[in-house]
Design a protein around this ligand. Structure first.
Ligand code: COA
Length: 149
């Protein structure tokens, strides 16, 4: 597996499989706007992919310069590649780049997404806030952060 920057047009196409997965599916996310957002993030050099041969296994999109750190705005691993260290490898790459010069790495997850919560805890993130209605009305996002070692 290798981690590489994703070209904008390729990043845009990843929206198709991402919106078919939880938590985005039940939140009603649509491929077109997510694809446009990924395109913009990738033009800013902020979308990484984990790939094996030519197959994309997972992606991470980040936003730098948020609250003295970086915010991971989207992390998705294809279901068939889950549990094989892809998510960890993607987050660790963002961590490495962030902690070279910033103090904090942030991410948020839907409070019902217990798997994501366990994953972020396992990677050393601490829960710092509840953000009701942030992404959808009547749902709560949990804000997580990790400090530079
Ligand atoms: C959550 C997600 C990113 C995890 O990625 P992954 O590639 O399956 O996770 P990894 O294999 O890298 O696991 C890393 C560690 O987290 C742990 N972990 C992963 N999923 C877990 C779960 N459901 N419960 C408990 N621990 C879990 C693993 O045991 C592993 O621990 P270790 O490295 O110490 O052995 C992935 O399953 C996913 O994309 N889910 C759907 C979208 C999502 O929820 N995105 C994040 C929130 S927006």
């Amino acid at each position: 597996m290798k981690i590489c920057l994703l070209e904008p047009a390729v990043a845009r196409r990843q929206a198709e499989w991402i919106v078919a997965m939880e938590p985005w599916l039940s939140m009603g996310f649509q491929a077109e706007p997510i694809g446009r957002w990924l395109l913009r993030r990738a033009r800013a050099g902020c979308v990484l992919a984990a790939a094996h041969q030519r197959a994309i296994l997972g992606i991470v999109a980040s936003q730098p310069d948020v609250l003295l750190g970086t915010f991971i705005a989207l992390l998705a691993v294809r279901p068939q590649a889950a549990g094989q260290g892809v998510g960890r490898a993607l987050v660790e790459r963002v961590e490495h780049a962030t902690f070279a010069h910033r103090r904090w790495l942030y991410v948020s997850s839907d409070s019902k997404n217990l798997a994501a919560g366990r994953f972020y805890q396992r990677l050393g993130f601490a829960r710092v806030a509840r953000l009701p209605d942030l992404v959808c009305e009547n749902r709560v996002e949990i804000l997580w952060r990790k400090k530079r070692p």
